[in-house]
Design a protein around this ligand. Structure first.
Ligand code: SF4
Length: 321
């Protein structure tokens, strides 16, 4: 490893090249097919009424997100080209059919996650939206991801075509409410622009889900916990119904370069757990912690299993004790 790794640029104009250069040697997932979702699964989460919603989550295969956030490794599971018109609806049809063959009862909610923004026309062709709305109409709720800069009037025709029986929920990455770190993440947003996007969403009676990073780069664990809590507060102040806590993980080259400079390490398990307990204890909405890849946080298998059990219990019950 280079003992003197190049620092992350202070100047915004230089950051993208720095981030992209750190991808060297990291392969995209091989064999991605524009006519097949990369994955789908059943999950459940507490719903606003206090029950448990069954959810079908489909991870769509599409072109890479045009933003290049410092911490993002989702590009590894994307294509370099826009998919053909109709390919996304084919992916959804395939997952719906496979799910129906496996489960006698349809899920209540549908999540269409695309490692980017649903309303990015380079990722999901606009011409696919009417059929996607038709496919989603069988569900009580549709959750899609969206970069805050793509929130706006382009969303409304799709919301209308869903009909009254399917609630639309937009999932936005705030990442952190720390103003300096948020700027350094290269996401192209600040607290004000995020708040404006959230206000637009709530004004149009659309549900808001917010992703918060637990321990973004440049923070130690005590600071990370404080800012995770402040970010949860900020998300609820913006009208979020759900906050999803994502422990920051390496894997994109850029975070490894920062780690070599002592500027990044994944959160300690107790930081994630304390942030989740704080958010759940607020009782302002539902707060979940992402429990994937917990081995990056807790290498010991027994302690990891116990951590996973505690996190999943809090996720499920939404109450402390
Ligand atoms: S906006 Fe989201 S998907 Fe796009 S690069 Fe940033 S974190 Fe990744």
């Amino acid at each position: 490893m280079n003992p003197h790794p190049e620092p992350y640029p202070q100047r915004r104009a230089e950051r993208q090249a720095w981030i992209l250069a750190r991808r060297a040697g990291i392969a995209r997932t091989p064999g991605l097919d524009p006519r097949r979702p990369s994955h789908w699964l059943r999950e459940s989460e507490p719903d606003p009424a206090g029950g448990q919603a069954s959810i079908l989550t489909i991870f769509l295969t599409n072109r890479e997100c045009p933003w290049h956030c410092l911490m993002c490794d989702l590009w590894r599971h994307t294509l370099e080209e826009t998919v053909p018109e109709g390919a996304i609806t084919e992916q959804v049809a395939l997952a719906l059919a496979a799910d129906a063959a496996e489960h006698p009862r349809r899920a209540q909610w549908l999540k269409l996650y695309n490692a980017g923004s649903f309303f990015d026309p380079g990722a999901i062709p606009v011409s696919d939206r009417p059929e996607l709305a038709r496919q989603a109409r069988a569900f009580e709720r549709l959750v899609v991801e969206c970069h805050p800069k793509l929130v706006g009037d382009r969303v409304l025709p799709f919301r209308e075509s869903l009909g009254a029986g399917t609630r639309l929920e937009l999932a936005l990455g705030l990442e952190t409410a720390h103003p300096v770190i948020l700027e350094r993440l290269n996401k192209g947003i600040d607290r004000q622009s995020f708040r404006r996007a959230a206000q637009w969403i709530r004004h149009h009676d659309i549900e808001l889900r917010v992703f918060v990073l637990v321990k973004p780069p440049f923070l130690d664990d005590p600071e990370a916990l404080e800012w995770a809590c402040r970010s949860i507060d900020f998300a609820f102040d913006c009208g979020a119904g759900t906050v999803s806590l994502i422990p920051t993980r390496g894997g994109n080259g850029a975070l490894e370069a920062l780690a070599a400079r002592g500027e990044f390490a994944p959160p300690r398990p107790e930081t994630l757990e304390s942030a989740l307990a704080y958010g759940v204890g607020l009782r302002r909405g539902r707060v979940f912690a992402d429990t994937w890849d917990l081995e990056t946080l807790e290498p010991d298998p027994a302690r990891r299993a116990s951590l996973q059990e505690r996190l999943e219990r809090l996720n499920r019950l939404q109450r402390i004790g």
